[in-house]
Structures are given as C-alpha cells and as structure tokens.
Design a protein around this ligand. Structure first.
Ligand code: ADP
Ligand code: MG
Length: 893
C-alpha cells in the first residue's frame, strides 16, 4: 500500500487503516453492515481475482479509495477462490452491537484464512489432508513439521540435508509452508513451492527460537515437558513444531484443543520416494491428467470413510521398512480376507460413521452446529456394535485397533439428551435443544405453550361477549398480538379495545390483556433462544472434554477401514500375501500390473515372473519392441514391491519381497518442458539422483536412458551406468532400445538379459507380453509404425532405407568396442558378430579408426594425450584398443 496521510482519513478509514497495518500480507475483509468491504490495493487485487466491480469511496484523502465488496452470506465462495489462489485473507468483524456503540463500531480481526489453515468443510476435499508445514534450519540440519488442522494430525521429522528435506516436503505436499522471516529460502525450495502451488508464509523469527518453541508446545499440548514427547532430542524439529503451533494459533484464534500429540519420526522409518518416483509410479494421480483414476490409489481405495481414505493415502506415501510392522498389517488383512461376513458387517458399520476427525475440528473451531452433533452422535452410536463385532476375532491381529476404539457411550448419551433429533438448519430461531435438557428452558417453552392456549381462550371468550362471529386473534411483527374485526362489525367493538390499524376490510385492536400475554410470550421466546445459545456453548465445552478419545478412536477406525479395503481388493482382484523379509531377494510368480489389469479389463493381462537378487540376478537388461510391455513390466515390479511394504497383498500368485529402502525410477518421455527443462536435462537429473543415492538395498527402475541425445553419446552413458550400478547399487530393471547393451551379460557380474516376446507373422508382429531370457535382436520399429497407422508409402520407404543402412554396417564401431572385452587367450569372439539389426543406431557410420604408424613416438604421444577424466567410456575403450594394437604391432605380433 502506498504511503498515505493518515491524519486526513475519515474516522472509519482510520480504524480500517490501523487494522490493515497489522495484516499487510493479507486481504482484509472489513465488515460494514451486510458486506465485507476491501479498500486500496486489496480492492484492486480482489476485484481482479473475484471478478467483481471496483468502485471508489471518499476516505478523506484527495483521491477516492478503490473499493469493492462482497455480501457477507456469500463469503465462503469468495474465500475459496482467493485461498485456492494462495491468497491469505483476514476477516475483520464488528465486535460490538452497532445499536449501542458510541462512535465508530469496534472491529477486530477474528480469523485469518490461509491455504494451509482452512477449516470450512466446503473449502476442503474430504478424502485428502490439507497440510500446513513449517521448515526450520540449523546448519545442515532441517526440521520439518506439518499439521492437518482440521484433524489435529501433527507430525515432525528432522533431516540431514536439504535434498532429504525437499523429498519429504514433496511427500507431505502441503498447501502452505511457513519459515522464519529472518531467513531467505533457498532457490530450490522456492522453485518447488512455485511448481507445487505451495503458498509461502514468512512468520515471526522469534517463535522459531528453541525456548519459545518449547514453551508453546508445552502450553498447547498441555504437557509438563517436551521430554515426554521425546522432542528434546530433536531441537530443530522442536523449533519447527513450536513455530507451526504459534502460526496456527495466530490464524485460528481459538484454543487448539485437538492438537494432542506430536508424532516425530525418522525418514529412515519409511521407504523414501523421491519426487520422480512418486510421479512415475502414479501412486495417487496419473502423470498426464493428474487424475486419481488410473493411479494405484484409485485401485486400492475401497475405504468407506473419509478418515480411511486419508489414512490410505498416507500409507501409500509412506511404505514401511520394518518387517514386523508390515506383517502386523498383513495378519489383519488375512483375517479380514478370510471372513467375508465379518468384512461385510464391519463395512456396514463403517459406512455409518461420518468424518469424526473433521467433526472434532468443527468443535474446536466453534463452527459446529446442532446437525453436526447429530452426525457425531449417530457415528459414535455405531462404535459399541463395531467393537463387539471386533471382539469376535481371536488372535492378535486386530487387537490394537480393538483397544484403541473407545465406545464413547457417555458422549453419545449426552448428545442424545441435549440435542433434538432433527435440529433446524438455522440457529437463530432456536428449537435445537431438547426441552428436557434444562429446567429454565422447559419453563420458557411451557410459558409459550400456555400463552398460545390463553390466546385461544381469549378469542373464544371475546367472540362470545361481543357477539362478533368473525373476531379473531392474530399476530404481526409491527403491532404484536391484536384482535381483528371485519369492517362491518367494527362498530360493535367494546370501549376497552384500542384501535391500532385499519385495513381495507378490517380493523385491528389491542387490549391491555393481550399486551400482557404478548410480553410473557415474546419474552419467553427471546429468553429461550438466548438460553439455548448459552446451553449450546456448554454442550460444546462438555463434548470437548472427550476430544482426545474421539481422535484416538477415529484413527483406529481409519486404520480398520484401510485394512478392510486391502482385504476387499485382495478378495476382488485375487491378490496374495507376499512373504516379506529382510533378505535381498525379490521373487514374484505371475505378477501383474495392478492398474493396467483394471483399466483394460477386456484383454486378459499376461502375468510375468521376476527373480532379482544381489548376486547373479541383480540387473535385468530388458529389450523388445515398442509396445511390447517393457514399461508395464518395470512398473509392475516396483508397484508390487511398494504394495508389499504398505502391508497390502499383491497382484501375483506368490511373492517374496526382501524389503527395499528406496525405489528409484527413471522413466522416459516425462517431458518437463512446461518447467523449462529439456527432456534430456530432466533425464540426467533423475539419473544423477539415482546414482548418488541408491544403495544395495534399493530397487531401481530405468525405463530408457540416454535417448534424446546422439546415439553414441546415449549408448555410452547407458553402458557406463549399467557398469556403475551393477557394482555400487541394488536390484535394477533396465528397459532399453540399445541392443548393444545385451553384450554386457557375462561381462558384468549380475547382469541378465531378458526380452519381451513377440511373434512375427509375415510382415506383422503379435505381442505375446511374456518376458523370457535372452536379448531381442530387432526393434520392429517399422512394424509398430505400421500398426499405428503410418501411411504405407512411408513404411515402404523406411524399409528401403533400413536395408541400405544395414548394408553399410553401422555397428562396426560397436564391434570394435566389444572386442576389447574379448578373451585373448581363446580368441573367442562369439559375442561380437551378433546382429543388431534395426537398433536405434541410425546415425551415419563413423569412419573406423585409421591404422596408426607404428613407433614409440606414437605410443608416447597417444598416452600423454589421454585425458581420463573427460573421456566417455567408449572413447576410453577405443583408446585402450589403439594402445594395445600399437603395442602388439610394435612387438611384431
Ligand atoms: P513398451 O514400454 O514396451 O513400449 P508398454 O509397457 O507401454 O510397452 O505396453 C504397451 C501396452 O501393452 C500397455 O499399455 C498395455 O495395454 C499392454 N500391456 C503391457 N503389458 C501387458 C501384459 N502383461 N498383459 C496385457 N497387456 C499388456
Ligand atoms: Mg515403454
């Protein structure tokens, strides 16, 4: 806002300006009668974003202040629009009654709304969390705390590098991040925020301090010391948590009773999924359309409650590493899978349970209404039966859930006693609290009923004494109760009647008696409404006492819901329990791709086996034409592994999954052009991430590397990557068009060739979808192009060109490269002569190395010219080949 001369402002604008100064980063909704008004820059922004008319208002200055406004009853729609765009809003209300106020009505900001602190259900997606996160840094250590303020779920972790922090941040995917206003965020974090639509909110430096943070946590969680949470060991995490709580308090402006626990965890407790993998595996949304349909979540989400849906999502994003914890989930799934009746009973109960977590948050934020209480009551009322049904199950598998579910009967009973079964929608007319709940309320309501009887009695009595047949008692807002007599009979009205209103064909009168009853009646009604409102506040407070028990129950219910969903998908789609262990083996019998088999239901999915280990079968090089099913196979192995580690059963006849610490993926064609990076650069980025971070415990999926650059370049990179990973990292599946790489089997330990079978029929190919040992020697690119409908003349011409190129033997260089591996003792050159017909290598042949003159000089120069650190592997090999040739020639061999 530009500098303005405050002294000239009108009194109201002065008040506005005083408040606005405290909320510079926000759009201030300033309540004026039935409207929220915005002024100055706020008005300009809001009118643009909300598409509402911008006008002006005299504010005491020379220029009129830009102004726009929205009706207060429509505030939610407008708020959603602004918050969705990452704009923060402060709502400023009148806090005293304008009727009794002297001078300008007092106003205060009663709530601020930011993307991460939205609580109105209309503004939220109910099957997903909405997180606000906080980042704190100390040297190379990061604290990352995050909270879903509608459910009170609060977690924090501490990380040892910015990269780890970013991975975690992407996993959490908050809608808002706060950080100390005394620091500058790194460009990497800013970039992520930009890409992911995360709103950045700098916040007061001092709340990030160790002592203030600790005090905040202790106060809000009502604990004696952070030690009881174990947070004292994690200072940076504690600072992030404390600051986050302060921020939420600041925005919500209510006591945060529902934040009852801070769950701190180490990243090493969960499988880490970097952003590429998260996206490539399409866990919660598809890569292209960003839709749930087509993702793994879409297949697995058979949950019955919103709480369960959210829990499933977080389990998907945090696969476990601990074999025992995985087995616990599996045990429960097994019980639920075997007992169809149990599962359907439990599902029936779950379907009756509303979103307890969000109901609790409404309670905390004070916007709960009587109908929500009925929803809460109905949900809680299911718990005893649910718990009873669970008690039928023998064994340990569901005992933790059983223990955590509190039947909460006294809360149910209490709401039953207090709130009428079908409360009215609006609070202002009362009528939502049961008469029997409170003696005074009962008295008022009786007075009202009695009053109405009196009125009837008066009507009858007056009819009789006056003899006027059409006399009746009525009511309107202006005159209150009256006696109405038609024009014709009006002259018969007794002296005691006071004329109050003349209508076209009737006269209306009042009497002292009527006035008296009116006063009792209206008084009783008004007092009743006021009392109901007071009682309602008490009811809220009373139910609030049980918040932590409701939350714990909600969480157990959510867990049960997810386990039932696991069982349900296993039942429907024939998933089997994998044997999960600490071993290095990944063995899958008849595995399927969980999503593809659901999307293309008409075509039977062809199952495939996998055997990976850390010895002979560490690295698959998979070849085969386009469309053969390479990518599908790769992802299916990754997804089965992930599903096993979230405790779900898997789409395979049998599987043994040695727990992997990370899954890495590098998948072709994931153009990030929209983010200003070329495909090749993105690819190399992903590759670098894998090579730098994969361990022997990791599972790596490489779907094409080194394309997008010249063939030799690309092949060289691919080749050296295979060598590097085989030596330094874990189990890998690599799909490639570089058939040359199949030469590596037998040369590099652990590398095995596989291909996806196709059948050639005349000029066409049939995809068999079956993976088998061996390398493919054809790409069938032209046949696939034909299948895709490329015009016949182009196909014919391509065939001609291909044969010409083949005749030129474009792979001579590769042969020389392979020769360097050849065992000289036996002279066995078996591998070198292999045809690589039709491979990607469509570049013009390079001239083969010229024969060198044989002299010491040559050899000397050659060796001293070598710059090892800038050579590609192929250059290195060619050079080595030259050296050996020179040397042997010199020796006269
Ligand atoms: P590639 O990566 O080899 O080009 P894809 O994995 O993209 O091939 O597979 C192409 C299509 O073939 C997939 O979209 C899928 O519809 C189908 N497909 C792949 N694998 C199978 C399978 N095992 N069973 C049935 N259909 C499959
Ligand atoms: Mg592919």
């Amino acid at each position: 806002m530009k500098q303005i001369d405050e002294s000239k402002l009108t009194p109201m604008m002065k008040q506005y300006y005083e408040i606005k100064k405290e909320y510079m980063d926000y759009i201030l909704f300033y309540r004026l009668g039935d409207f929220y008004e915005m002024f100055f820059d706020d008005a300009v922004i809001a009118s643009r974003e909300l598409e509402i008319t911008l006008t002006g208002r005299n504010c005491g200055l020379e220029e009129r202040a830009p102004l726009c406004g929205i009706p207060h009853h429509a505030v939610d729609t407008y708020l959603k629009k602004l918050v969705d765009k990452g704009i923060k809003v402060a709502i400023c209300e009148q806090v005293e009654d304008p009727a009794t106020a002297k001078g300008i009505v007092k106003r205060e900001v009663i709530r601020v709304i930011t993307p991460g602190t939205v609580v109105d259900p209309e503004m939220l997606e109910d099957r997903a969390f909405n997180f606000v996160a906080s980042i704190c840094q100390e040297a190379n250590r990061y604290g990352l705390a995050y909270c879903d303020i509608t459910t009170g779920m609060f977690k924090v972790t501490q990380l040892d590098s910015e990269n780890q922090m970013i991975d975690e941040l992407l996993k959490v995917s908050p809608s808002e991040v706060i950080y100390s206003d005394a620091i500058e965020l790194s460009s990497a974090v800013k970039e992520i925020a930009e890409q992911q639509d995360i709103s950045l909110s700098p916040f007061l430096e001092h709340v990030f301090g160790e002592e203030p943070a600790q005090k905040t946590i202790e106060r809000v969680l009502n604990i004696f010391s952070v030690e009881s949470l174990g947070l004292n060991e994690w200072p940076v995490a504690m600072r992030a948590s404390g600051a986050l709580i302060s921020y939420i308090e600041e925005t919500a402006k209510v006591p945060l009773n529902h934040i009852t626990h801070i769950d701190h965890y180490l990243q090493s407790k969960y499988m880490v999924l970097d952003k590429f993998t998260r996206r490539n595996l399409e866990l919660t949304q598809t890569m292209r359309q960003k839709e749930k349909r087509g993702s793994l979540l879409w297949v697995l989400d058979k949950t019955s409650t919103a709480m369960g849906a959210r829990k499933l999502r977080s389990w998907l994003e945090e696969p476990l590493l601990d074999v025992e914890m995985i087995k616990k989930r599996q045990d429960a799934v097994e019980v639920l899978l075997e007992d169809l009746l149990l599962r359907s009973d439990l599902t029936m109960f779950l379907k009756q349970i509303y979103d307890l977590e969000r109901l609790v948050s409404k309670l905390v934020y004070g916007n709960i209404n009587p109908r929500d209480f009925i929803a809460l009551k109905q949900s809680l009322a299911v718990l005893p039966e649910l718990k009873m049904r669970l008690s039928d199950i023998s064994g340990e598998s569901l005992s933790a859930i059983f223990d955590d579910i509190d039947t909460l009967t006294e809360v149910t009973d209490y709401i039953e006693k207090a709130i009428v079964d079908e409360p009215p929608f609006l609070l202002k007319d009362g009528g939502y609290i049961k008469t029997s709940y409170n003696e005074d309320l009962k008295a008022y309501r009786e007075a009202i009923t009695n009053g109405k009887t009196w009125l009837l009695n008066i009507e009858n009595r007056e009819k009789e004494t006056t003899g006027i047949k059409n006399l009746k008692v009525g009511f309107n807002k202006v005159f209150g109760y009256y006696i109405e007599i038609s024009k014709g009979s009006a002259k018969l009205a007794p002296e005691t009647y006071v004329r109050k209103q003349t209508l076209a064909n009737a006269e209306r009168f009042i009497t002292p008696e009527l006035k008296e009853i009116e006063e009792t009646l209206l008084g009783a009604e008004e007092k009743g409404i006021r009392l109901e409102s007071v009682l309602f506040t008490q009811i809220k407070e009373n139910v609030m006492q049980s918040i932590d028990r409701i939350q714990k129950t909600a969480s157990a219910v959510a867990e049960l819901d997810v386990l039932i969903a696991y069982a349900e998908v296993s039942y429907r789609y024939g998933y089997k329990r994998p044997k999960v262990s600490q071993s290095q083996t990944l063995s899958i019998k008849n595995g399927r791709h969980p999503v593809i088999e659901r999307i293309f239901k008409e075509t039977a999915f062809v199952p495939n086996d996998t055997l990976l280990d850390q010895r002979d079968n560490q690295f698959y090089i998979i070849t085969g034409p386009n469309m053969a099913g390479k990518s599908t196979y790769l992802r299916q192995v990754a997804l089965i592994t992930l599903m096993a580690q979230i405790g779900c059963f898997v789409p395979a006849d049998k599987a043994e999954i040695g727990v992997v610490d990370r899954i890495f993926t590098r998948v072709g064609a994931s153009d990030d052009l929209s983010q200003g990076q070329s495909t090749f650069m993105v690819e190399m980025n992903e590759l670098a991430n894998i090579l730098n971070n994969a361990t022997h415990q990791s599972l790596i999926i490489l779907d094409e590397i080194g394309r997008g650059t010249s063939t030799y370049d690309g092949l060289s990179i691919a080749w050296s990557v295979v060598e590097y990973i085989a030596k330094n990292s874990g189990k890998t599946l690599f799909a490639t068009h570089y058939h040359e790489l199949t030469e590596l089997e037998g040369l590099v330990e652990g590398v095995k060739n596989y291909r996806i079978a196709v059948k050639e029929v005349h000029d066409d190919i049939i995809f068999l979808r079956k993976i088998e040992k061996g390398g493919a020697n054809q790409s069938y690119g032209i046949q696939v192009a034909k299948l895709a409908g490329v015009p016949q003349p182009v196909i014919e011409r391509a065939k001609d060109i291909l044969s010409t190129l083949e005749a030129n033997d474009i792979n001579r260089n590769m042969s020389s490269l392979n020769a360097s591996y050849v065992d000289n003792e036996t002279g066995d050159k078996e591998t070198t002569g292999k045809s690589t017909k039709g491979s990607q290598s469509t570049h013009a042949p390079e001239t083969p190395p010229k024969p060198m003159l044989i002299s010491d000089d040559n050899l000397d120069r050659l060796i001293s010219d070598i710059k090892i650190d800038v050579m590609t592997p192929i250059e290195a090999m060619n050079t080595l080949y030259e050296i050996v040739t020179l040397y042997r020639n010199k020796k006269g061999e």
